[in-house]
Write a protein that binds this ligand. Sequence first.
Ligand code: SAM
Ligand code: SF4
Length: 354
Amino acid sequence: MTAIDIGIPGLRHALDAPSVEGRPDTPYLLDKFGRVARDLRVSITEKCSLRCTYCMPEEGLPPIPAEELLTADELVRVVTLAVQQLGVREVRFTGGEPLMRRDLEDIIAGCSKNLPGIPLAMTSNAVGLEHRIAGLVEAGLTRVNISLDSIDRAGFAALTRRDRLPSVMAGIRAARDAGLAPIKINAVLMRPTLAGAVDLLQWCLDERCELRFIEEMPLDADHEWARANMVTAQDLLDVLGARFELTEVGRDDPSAPAEEWLVNGGPARVGIIATVTRSFCSDCDRTRLTADGRIRSCLFSDHEVDLRTPLRRGATDADLAQLWRAAMWNKWAGNGIDAPDFEPPARSMGAIGG
Ligand code: SAM
Ligand code: SF4
């Protein structure tokens, strides 16, 4: 495949562009299995204020050199073209920890100005969020998902290697009070925090937050994930079911990753995202952009397509859109976790953007 084949004459990088053989002529991010990506996850930094054991190494991720990070203006341009040319309908900023970027408000304001009506969300650990929530909402942030795995201060500190639970709780309440309710809380449970799932769910019910548990995936930087040790959806249902009456309601929308249960007859619900034991790859509608400007079609695939180099060499929006389409056309059928030769991807979750 040459640059000319995909309509980008003169750009050396595009010699590596993935094949688009057999791809129908559609503007959308279609793949060979008929899925269309509408949900864009944008990682904006590899830096983080926490060090969750299932995600980051103790010393943090190797820093991305400043010149390799997409700037606020570049991010706004790329997100805008994803919506306007590729049919993306929802954008979520993630990382690392998005709050580690001082220009997060500028990124959101630029996207909001260009893309009225498009949901602009963030996944955050909420450390320090209480001090920035007003500015973020004013910039155009419409939703926030916050990660909280334990409401026991010592358990939280052991899991995240940082004693920041009070700041996280303050951030959750500030986001809710700033009008972003309902706040979705993401929790990845490990064996030591499993018993605390009941208290975490009760806390979320009391604080009017929607809790979703996420099965731990083999995306930790320390490569310590083991299927035998992970907390499964069934483990969680057993623990929660001993305290709460759970009624299965399934998924509202087939591409929503969380299966849901009514708690004590409803209306409150709890969700479980069972990526490992009940994989939902056939309904996946995600496309990802890494902080250093690479398109990633799947969390688990190391095949990435560089957008930053062509962008900085003068590629047009149409050129970049075509590279993005080619990247997604080659998306894998599934995450491959169950294959006997499964190898975790080179980048960990914090380096891809969850
Ligand atoms: N720092 C922000 C946060 O924690 O919400 C955003 C980035 S973090 C990588 C995004 C999500 O990925 C979080 O909800 C986190 O719990 C989840 N995550 C990280 N490592 C994971 C793993 N190995 N398996 C499953 N989820 C993981
Ligand atoms: Fe940081 Fe989020 Fe990874 Fe925890 S899950 S280490 S908060 S990026």
